[in-house]
Ligand binder design. Structure first.
Ligand SMILES: Nc1ncnc2c1ncn2[C@@H]1O[C@H](COP(=O)(O)OP(=O)(O)O)[C@@H](O)[C@H]1O
Ligand SMILES: [Mg+2]
Length: 329
């Protein structure tokens, strides 16, 4: 075997290939693919090994059965031997996807706000004429039922439009000091008597002396309320609701709303923050709650995350930057 010392110490994963055969793999390459002494043929490492020279994005298979997204460069070496340079770009791709998703949500939110604005006026007209018609109809008219339906449905549209308008709001009013523990307690006491929560066991895990956050109190209340209501709706009257707060080392104040409901199927997790995404039928859901939460948390410089295993409930985590008092020297 030739001496490939010059490749051995390279940081990049490099292999020399001849057809389907790996002539040589450097240390970085072996590590990347978790190879032992035995060197497998190329077709075991890539579903579609590159046939020509150039730059490729491929799925690469490690010997232990896992795979990763790879960037592969194939170059001539000599005779029938070519060089393969391989990089694991899974992490980079995942970050890119996250940014794309965040941008998409922001764009959708903005559009939704504009549409809501346009819809609001004609909707007011529908309700006005509906009410006029209702007044003019004799009390025994069979048409009353229809008019009531029109008014009821138009009212529902108004509620949706109003919720949507929250998206388009300018970034005003983020200067209040907010005690997150208080927000959780206040919002829970607001809905504790609701039938959804009567059979629910509530566990409080609030951290005392939690740092304050700076922001808009009523917007943060809305986030908490949305999450608690979602948890209640998911549990359908029985289960455990855990409300938790703590501070993290990286200067964030965190609150969690955890339930023991059915959880969220993995294939839906990436969609639940989209406006109008709902699995609730019969007009029970607007699909706006989490989209609004996402917008508000982002405006506060925070982050909202979800952890869920189907059958084991869902945990929503909101991270907000803690308040820093200005000090004058
Ligand atoms: N705690 C939860 N447990 C299970 N699924 C949830 C939970 N919270 C939200 N979801 C899912 O996310 C979807 C979107 O939620 P949301 O934006 O609040 O809209 P809506 O509640 O009107 O459906 C819900 O329809 C549901 O499928
Ligand atoms: Mg909801």
């Amino acid at each position: 075997m030739e001496d490939y010392k010059i490749f051995a110490g390279m940081k990049d994963a490099l292999a020399l290939v001849e057809g389907d055969r790996l002539v040589y793999a450097n240390q970085a390459f072996k590590k990347l693919f978790r190879l032992g002494e035995e060197i497998p043929p190329l077709r075991e490492l890539f579903d579609h090994p590159p046939q020509e020279y150039g730059l490729f994005e491929l799925v690469a298979n490690r010997l232990d059965g896992t795979n990763f997204e790879a960037e592969v460069i194939k170059l001539p070496y000599r005779d029938d031997v070519s060089q393969l340079l391989v990089r694991d770009v899974s992490e980079r791709r995942a970050t890119e996807k996250m940014w794309l998703q965040a941008e998409r949500l922001t764009a959708m939110g903005k559009l939704a706000g504009e549409i809501a604005h346009e819809i609001n006026n004609p909707l007011g007209g529908i309700m006005l004429y509906g009410n006029l018609l209702k007044e003019d109809l004799p009390a025994e008219s069979p048409l009353l039922e229809y008019v009531d339906k029109i008014i009821k449905l138009a009212t529902r549209c108004r509620i949706i439009a109003k919720a949507l308008l929250n998206f388009g709001r300018p970034e005003d009013g983020l200067e209040e000091w907010v005690d997150v523990n208080r927000v959780l307690q206040d919002m829970f006491s607001l809905i504790a008597d609701h039938r959804l929560f009567r059979g629910i066991d509530v566990r409080w895990e609030l951290t005392e002396g939690l740092p304050l956050v700076q922001g808009n109190r009523s917007q943060l209340e809305q986030v908490v309320l949305n999450l608690i209501i979602n948890a209640g709706e998911a549990m359908e009257g029985r289960g455990v609701l855990t409300l938790r707060t703590y501070a993290s080392e990286d200067e964030m104040v965190i609150f969690e709303v955890e339930d023991t409901g059915p959880g969220i199927p993995p294939e839906l997790v990436s969609r639940i923050f989209e406006p109008f995404f709902t699995t609730k039928t019969g007009g029970k859901g607007t699909g706006l709650g989490l989209a609004i939460c996402h917008g508000i948390v982002k405006r506060h410089g925070g982050k909202i995350e979800v952890e869920s295993k189907p059958g084991e409930g869902a945990l929503f985590r909101v991270k907000l930057p803690r308040l820093h008092y200005e000090t004058h020297e």
